[in-house]
Write a protein that binds this ligand. Sequence first.
Ligand SMILES: C[S@@+](CC[C@H](N)C(=O)[O-])C[C@H]1O[C@@H](n2cnc3c(N)ncnc32)[C@H](O)[C@@H]1O
Ligand code: SF4
Length: 361
Amino acid sequence: MIKHCYVHIPFCSSICSYCDFPKMLYEKKFINSYLNALENEIKEIYKGDMLDTLYIGGGTPSSLSIDELKRLFDILKTFKLSESYEYTVECNLENLDIDKLKLFKSYGVNRLSIGVQTFNKNYLSFLNRKTCDISIIEEAKKLGFNNINVDLIYALKDETLEDLDKDLNKFLSLDINHISTYSLIIENNTVLSINNIKPIDEDIDFDMYNLICKKLSDNGYVHYEVSNFARTGYESKHNLAYWNNQEYYGFGLGAASYIDSMRVTNTKSIFKYINGEYRYQVEKLTKKDKMEYEMILGLRKMKGVNIIDFKNKYGVSIDEYFNIEKLLKEGKLIKDDGYIKISSDYIYLSNDILINFIGEE
Ligand SMILES: C[S@@+](CC[C@H](N)C(=O)[O-])C[C@H]1O[C@@H](n2cnc3c(N)ncnc32)[C@H](O)[C@@H]1O
Ligand code: SF4
C-alpha cells in the first residue's frame, strides 16, 4: 500500500537564475495537453491506495490560471485521502492570489509551501525573482491556512552574515510554522553558471548555516532535517516519508517515484511527456540498495535511523552490515535513544559522512 504521492507542475511565470528543476516558462498552449497527459499517467499507474500525503510541486503550480487549477484539482480528486491527510501546494508570491487560495481550500489543500527566498532587493534581482511582497501570506492565514512553509535561500554572492541575519528576522516575523533553508547551489546550465558565478566561501557558508540553526532553534523551531525547521507538530509529513525511505507515487514531468522496489524517473522532455512517453529511467533496487537508501536518506533527519526498525526491515543490524565503527569513534555518528544519527557538530558535513554508506558489501 503506497501512502504518498508527488505531482509535478513544471510551469513558472518567470525563470530564476539558479534553478535546474524540471520547469519551463508558462505557456497557455501547453497546459491542456500537459494536464491530459498527467491524467492519463495517473489512470495508468494509481491503484486506488489511500494516501496520507499528496504534494503538488514544481515548477510553480500557482502559475496556472483559476480554470487550469480547477482542471488540475479535478484530476487529483482521483486520489483517495486518509482522514489525517497532508495536501501541499507549492506557490510563488509572484502569482499567488486570494482566489487561488480559496480554490485550494475548496479542494481540501491544507498546506502551502511558498518560495520567498530573500527580502533583500539586490539579491532578489540576482536570483531573478520578481517580488518579496508577503501580504498574501497574511491573507492565507486569514483563510485558515496554518500549515505553511516558506523557502529561504542563503550563501548568495557577496552576502554577509548581517544580510542573512536581517533576512532571518523578517522570516521569523512572518510567524509561520515551517522554514526550509537552502544554501545556493550553482547548478550547471543555469544563468548563474553561464555567468560564471562562483559559490560563496565555504567558511562563510558554514557560519551562515550555524547562524540559521541557532537563530531558528532559539526562536522555537525544531531542526528536524539538515535544511528544515518546524514548530512541533508541523514537520512535513510528505518529506519525512522520503527520508524514511517509504514508497511513493510520482507523476508529471521529471517526477520520481518509488514503487514495488523500483525507483522510476520520468522524462524531462515536455514533448515526450505530452506524447505519453512518461518513463526515462527505471532502477530495480536490490536489498543492498534499499539498505543504503535507508541510511543515506534517514541520516538527513536529526533524529537519525531507528536501530530496531532497520533490523526488523532487513534482518541485519546497522553496525553488522555497515562499517561504522570509525565514524562512531570519531564522534561523527552517535547512538542515541535507539537511533543512529549524525552528531549535530558534523551535520553540516553530512554529505561527507553519507558517502560512507554507498557501495558497502
Ligand atoms: C519549486 S521551488 C518552490 C516554489 C516556487 N517555484 C518558487 O520558486 O517560489 C523549490 C525551492 O528549491 C530551492 N532551490 C531551487 N534551486 C536551488 C538552488 N540551485 N540552490 C538552492 N536552492 C534552490 C528554492 O528555495 C525554491 O524555493
Ligand atoms: S525556483 Fe521556483 S519559480 Fe524559480 S524557476 Fe525554479 S521552480 Fe520556477
